[in-house]
Design a protein around this ligand. Structure first.
Ligand SMILES: CC(C)(COP(=O)(O)OP(=O)(O)OC[C@H]1O[C@@H](n2cnc3c(N)ncnc32)[C@H](O)[C@@H]1OP(=O)(O)O)[C@@H](O)C(=O)NCCC(=O)NCCS
Length: 185
């Protein structure tokens, strides 16, 4: 149930957040909702991450979730590593994290957001549209899939959101083709 008193803030992640992010993703990976993310990967990509916190009336901040925006190419960035802490689901935390990613994409001039997910309904509420992953995928969205143990027979869904008012970057080069390991397809 929504807590009307929930005072939420979203800010760029700091090094001191990595253990919380790692444990939160690990928790949901254990529930089969997302892929596990090694701690080294979180440190290496820390500037992609946002952290949501609830703030008590006395100013005490409590970790409430994490999400990341990873730029794939000049026209597309992926919302990834999105996980709301157990106990604060369905109170707007996930949406606030996606909004932070969207603001960041606009700031750097990236016109399209992409997400791989099992939570299609949530991303649709955030303005994303389901795509046909057999034919509509940008070549760069496979970058992490190549390391994924579920690459063959993947049942995640791909969704995109075109950001109004953000033009395609000028002089955008064609992305290099994805290097798919032999025998995969
Ligand atoms: C999926 C997840 C990110 C959603 O975050 P949340 O904070 O619980 O969701 P919010 O409260 O921000 O919901 C925003 C809207 O989406 C809706 N929504 C949330 N989860 C939904 C779902 N699974 N299916 C359909 N709608 C959903 C909410 O009802 C709300 O709708 P409203 O704007 O009309 O009120 C969160 O539940 C989570 O971390 N789940 C476990 C990990 C996971 O699945 N991560 C996604 C991997 S990409």
């Amino acid at each position: 149930m929504n807590d009307p008193k929930l005072d939420l803030r979203v800010r760029p992640a700091r090094a001191g957040d990595v253990v919380s992010i790692f444990e939160n993703i690990g928790y949901w990976a254990g529930q089969g909702k997302m892929l596990v993310r090694p701690m080294q990967n979180i440190f290496e990509n820390l500037r992609d991450f946002f952290v949501a916190e609830t703030v008590a009336p006395d100013g005490t901040a409590t970790f409430a979730g994490n999400g990341a925006l990873h730029i794939l190419w000049g026209d597309i960035a992926e919302v990834r590593g999105l996980a709301v802490a157990p106990g604060v689901q369905a109170q707007g935390v996930g949406k606030a994290l996606v909004e932070a990613c969207e603001v960041e994409a606009r700031d750097v001039g990236i016109p399209t957001l992409f997400a791989w997910t099992y939570s299609v309904g949530f991303f649709e509420k955030c303005g994303f549209t389901l795509i046909d992953k057999t034919k509509d995928l940008h070549p760069r969205v496979w970058s992490e899939c190549l390391r994924c143990p579920f690459f063959v027979g993947c049942n995640e869904n791909g969704l995109v959101k075109r950001l109004d008012g953000v033009p395609m970057p000028l002089n955008l080069p064609e992305p290099p083709p994805t290097q798919v390991p032999p025998g995969i397809r």
